[in-house]
Design a protein. Sequence first.
Length: 138
Amino acid sequence: MAGRTAALAVAALGLMGLGVVARLRWPDSAPALDCPPEAVRMGPDGIATCGDGLAPSGAQALALGRRLDLNTATSEELALLPGVGPSLARRLVEAREEGGGFESWEQVDAVPGVGAAKLQTLQAATALGAPSDAGPVW
């Protein structure tokens, strides 16, 4: 029995040591690209690069931690936001089209289904006009 306990202790210590090594080698928070967020482009293979390529789509921009323009985002892109869903995204797009675009957050708040919590989510993940990329969304 003592041999079995010792073997388990050695295995546990080995796993703990492996965890420490993995934690020390874990990726840091430094950006993966050497360009500002607004200069990130998507190559034909779907990989983000600096330089040539297309501007990221709504879903790609969200994955890169960038804000969406609430006045140009599609309902599919808006539905990707936490707590928004397809029906609220559709109502947002309809209200935007009927009013000629959102000029204030009060107009967004007036859309049925947008309450205080969803308004905060929209303010964090979107901008009224071209986003400034002043930092990560989340």
